[in-house]
Ligand binder design. Structure first.
Ligand code: ADP
Length: 171
């Protein structure tokens, strides 16, 4: 049985088996949570990302996919990188956002990770409205079968924290 927990804080401080990164398709780092993870995790993460670009993901990690690396110096064993869709008002990309959570949980199962911290994928630079992002995140994680015992959403802002609280209250 999976517990969903909410934390208002910094995902790089979470002691969990796996930390999910809202990466971009290049896997070469970026701003937001991605930048924070690479800064705090150190160069070992980028080294593995470079190797992934040189092998399985020569064209980059596609949107909706997930792949694991070491967590370097973070207090976790793995980072699971997933690429969220850029929000579009003209096109419904919800299933791609849901896929990020499903695929991250699938990778977590492959690793044997039992506690997983998630950020609000796509809800920063990629522009997804936070209430909708929270509804998709909570709904998908709750409806995806996995061996994970704790899915911890780590929200960086008060707005995001409150949006996840209401999404959780609504299920
Ligand atoms: P995306 O490009 O997928 O939108 P961002 O990193 O820009 O990714 O934003 C995703 C979410 O992560 C946003 O809600 C942002 O506020 C949040 N965020 C940024 N830094 C951190 C952090 N250190 N820990 C947790 N969440 C973070």
């Amino acid at each position: 049985m999976m517990d969903i927990t909410l934390v208002w804080g910094d995902i790089t401080e979470q002691q969990v088996d796996a930390i999910v990164n809202a990466a971009n398709s290049s896997l070469m780092g970026g701003g937001g949570v991605d930048g924070a993870i690479h800064r705090r995790g150190g160069p070992a993460i980028l080294d593995e990302c470079r190797k992934l670009r040189a092998s399985r993901f020569g064209g980059g990690l596609p949107t909706g996919y997930a792949v694991a690396t070491t967590a370097g110096e973070l207090p976790a064993r793995w980072v699971i990188h997933t690429v969220g869709p850029v929000y579009s008002a003209a096109e419904d990309r919800s299933d791609l956002l849901a896929s990020c959570y499903r695929e991250s949980l699938r990778v977590a199962d492959e690793l044997g990770a039992r506690t997983v911290a998630f950020p609000a994928v796509s809800a920063g630079v990629y522009g997804w409205p936070i209430h909708d992002a929270a509804r998709i995140a909570v709904g998908t994680v709750l409806s995806t079968p996995s061996q994970v015992v704790e899915a911890r959403f780590v929200l960086f802002t008060e707005d995001a924290y409150r949006a996840f609280q209401s999404a959780l209250a609504a299920v």
